[in-house]
Design a protein around this ligand. Structure first.
Ligand code: TRP
Length: 338
């Protein structure tokens, strides 16, 4: 080994800090699982991971308080059951660590109104809300920057829809550093290379609000009922028409849930019209159901032990809070509040 690529013990021991936020939608669908949670779970051992149920972000659009309470607990529990093992990462609820609000305020003074007004997600959401647009929705990206910097994330795994928000967080970081001195490393994005699952009609991405999803808690019969009628390659009208797996959402599901031999079987059989869509869907249903069964089981076990879940939430918050306080101590010094 040459000196230039020698790794010091300190470097060898450095596990990159990872942070991401999870919306408390109360359900987790297979799109969330394949696109995010499953990849994150694969990072736990060689990264220092923190994942947060972002209830404060969820308040930026109208909601029912009693539903929110339940959605927070359900989302926390589901993510734990789906692989975010609290023994191997820090999983917590955003509002349980109120330090984020203070850092958010401080970053608000570094954030540019012009940048905020160019956020496409703000434009999309405020168009839909008509007349009920809160300042919280406008400053949503500042709170996201506060999450990232408070826990000193080096790597932020996000979906494409968050690219602009992350770029904004990087800009806020640069402004903070140039105004108050080098304090934070610029957080980098981590995009997942897994294909995005579309909704069951293959029109929009899979989402709770469009009700076009398969939930992690769906039973095999429910999965089958949904897949049976799900869209496939529209050019494959009759069984004997050859199909194009690459444009079929069911094939994407095979790639996400099936072993290599089944993926190959589906691709070959579809192209040659040797198998019909129903055979192909049965196979993917079985593979998907097999992967989801232990997640459901774990979820129901946890859901039956609310005290334990509450305890795990508290423990996650404590770990996160300790880190948050260290960051804020430094920030208060830097900005001249102490
Ligand atoms: N805005 C993100 C989303 O909707 C969630 C989020 C909040 C987040 N804070 C974050 C993601 C910090 C990454 C880092 O998906």
């Amino acid at each position: 080994m040459t000196a230039s690529n020698a790794v010091t013990p300190k470097e060898r021991g450095h596990r990159k800090t990872v942070f991401s936020g999870i919306q408390p939608s109360g359900i987790v669908h297979i799109g969330n699982y394949v696109g995010a949670i499953r990849n994150w779970a694969g990072m736990l051992d060689d990264h220092d991971c923190t994942f947060c149920v972002v209830d404060l972000h969820a308040m930026t659009v109208p909601y029912e308080p009693h539903e929110m309470r339940q959605r927070i607990v359900d989302t926390f529990t589901l993510n734990m059951a789906a692989g975010l093992d609290p023994e191997r990462c820090c999983l917590f609820v955003q509002s349980h660590v109120s330090e984020v609000a203070e850092l958010c305020w401080i970053l608000m003074t570094c954030a540019s109104m012009g940048d905020l007004s160019r956020m496409t997600q703000f434009k999309d959401k405020s168009d839909k809300l008509k007349g009920q647009v809160s300042a919280g929705l406008f400053t949503y990206p500042v709170l996201m920057a506060a999450d990232i910097l408070l826990y000193r994330a080096e790597v932020v795994p996000v979906g494409e829809d968050q690219t602009q928000h992350l770029e904004f967080a990087r800009e806020v970081t640069r402004r903070f550093n140039s105004t108050f001195g080098e304090t934070f490393a610029e957080p980098g994005p981590l995009f997942s290379d897994v294909p995005r699952l579309m909704g069951l009609q293959n029109k929009d991405k899979m989402s709770k609000s469009l009700n076009n999803y398969i939930s992690l808690l769906d039973e095999p019969e429910q999965i089958w009922a949904k897949l049976k009628t799900a869209a496939t390659d529209p050019a494959r009208v009759r069984r004997r028409d050859p199909g194009t797996p690459e444009i079929c959402n069911i094939f994407t599901m095979h790639k996400a849930f099936s072993p290599p031999e089944d993926i190959e079987w589906s691709a070959q059989g579809c192209r040659s019209a040797e198998i019909g869509c129903i055979d192909c869907k049965r196979c993917v249903t079985d593979n998907m159901a097999a992967e989801l069964a232990p997640i459901s089981e774990e979820y129901h076990e946890l859901a039956a032990a609310p005290d334990r879940v509450r305890q795990l939430m508290e423990r996650g918050a404590e770990t996160a809070r300790a880190r948050a306080r260290r960051t804020l101590d430094e920030v208060r010094q830097r900005v001249g509040l102490r």
